[in-house]
Design a protein around this ligand. Structure first.
Ligand SMILES: [Zn+2]
Ligand SMILES: [Zn+2]
Length: 130
């Protein structure tokens, strides 16, 4: 263990043990484990963003207006109330979405804040499990 050589990473310029370097196909050069980890984390985020886009609702049919949308939402909300008992959905990044009005906002599970949807005041039940 005494004769491990430290070399500078091509990417971040940190000094790391040479035997921990890998040739990364994305960077097309030898990079340190930190850089690989960092890259993979960024890929995760990209993936989440892509997933989020895929989840977006399909385009509305022609003639669809906001009233229809509201009726549709209220209808879905009623069904949801029966089946799940709460109207909020975890949408990631520490945010939840109110399924009554569709408003997405930050919610702290630990502090139980806010205690209702800031848009339509739909109360968030403390024991709701997201
Ligand atoms: Zn590096
Ligand atoms: Zn709401």
């Amino acid at each position: 263990m005494t004769d491990r050589i430290k070399v500078k990473c091509n990417k971040c310029e940190e000094e790391m043990f040479s035997d921990e370097f890998v040739i990364d196909p994305d960077y097309q050069m030898a990079v340190c484990p930190n850089c690989v980890r960092e890259k993979n984390q960024r890929k995760e985020v990209w993936k989440e963003v892509a997933d989020e886009k895929e989840k977006e609702e399909p385009p509305k049919p022609p003639g669809w207006d906001e009233d229809d949308e509201l009726i549709e939402r209220l209808h879905r909300q009623k069904q949801k109330d029966k089946s799940e008992g709460f109207g909020f959905k975890d949408v990631g990044f520490g945010k939840i979405k109110c399924s009554k009005c569709g408003y997405a906002f930050k919610y702290s599970v630990d502090m139980h804040k806010p205690d209702s949807c800031p848009y339509c005041f739909n109360p968030i039940r403390p024991r709701s499990k997201f």
